[in-house]
Design a binder for this molecule. Structure first.
Ligand code: HEC
Length: 191
């Protein structure tokens, strides 16, 4: 019994020392990586899996108002409602869509077809969605349905040459002297 208590005390002291060291010694990146996958990564619950995918695939960065500027603290009830920030580039001005409204107006089968072939303009990373497995795209739909629809209105796409309808960011590639760099990259105008 006495030796058990001693072992517990020694153990506690070691943990305490380790904690103290961790406060002063910067840990290397590999040590900081979690040893165990987050629960949502391995869950079979499609809503939890969809939430995890949305959060880690960057969808909120563009589709959730303020998300990038407030360190991702936007309330979940306001996720993916679309924004009126215009992305102004050689393709015209695009606005991140209200994905909640879109998914909630579609059956799961429609959403799976839609996301398998989705092709829109920059900076939307649509090839990433095309490349997701059907299981993952289904999980996303379940999460979007669980969040419910949103009636947030987003400005419609504007072709090149139009004055942006809202606050916009300049996505024009420029040389160091500020002049426009070469011909714009090949972009899709469909969708
Ligand atoms: C870098 C910004 C950005 C990121 C990241 C991003 N989107 Fe988008 N998304 C946009 C923009 C801008 C549009 C509008 C494109 C257009 O009008 O052609 C768009 C369009 C869409 C559309 C098409 C809407 C329509 O009109 O049919 C869907 C669906 C969508 N995004 C879902 C997602 C999902 C899901 C993610 C995360 C995996 C994501 N987006 C990540 C910016 C982004």
């Amino acid at each position: 019994m006495g030796s058990l208590i001693a072992r517990v005390l020694i153990g506690a002291a070691l943990v305490g020392a380790g904690y103290a060291i961790s406060l002063v010694v910067p840990r290397s990146a590999p040590e900081m990586a979690p040893a165990v996958a987050p629960a949502a990564m391995v869950t079979t619950d499609p809503v939890a899996r969809g939430r995890y995918l949305v959060q880690t695939s960057g969808c909120n960065d563009c589709h959730t108002p303020g998300y990038m500027m407030n360190d991702g603290t936007t309330r979940e009830s306001e996720w993916l409602v679309g924004t009126d920030l215009g992305w102004n580039g050689p393709w015209g001005v695009t606005y991140a869509a209200n994905v909640r409204a879109i998914a909630n107006a579609m059956s799961e089968a429609e959403w799976l077809d839609y996301t398998a072939t989705l092709r829109v303009r920059p900076p939307m990373p649509w090839p990433n969605i095309n490349a997701m497995s059907e299981t993952d795209r289904s999980a996303m739909w379940h999460f979007l349905r669980a969040m419910g629809p949103s009636d947030n209105a987003v400005p419609t796409y504007q072709p090149p040459g139009e004055t942006p309808a809202s606050v916009w960011v300049d996505m024009t590639a420029r040389l160091p002297d500020g002049s426009v760099a070469g011909p714009p990259p090949e972009v899709s105008q469909s969708g």
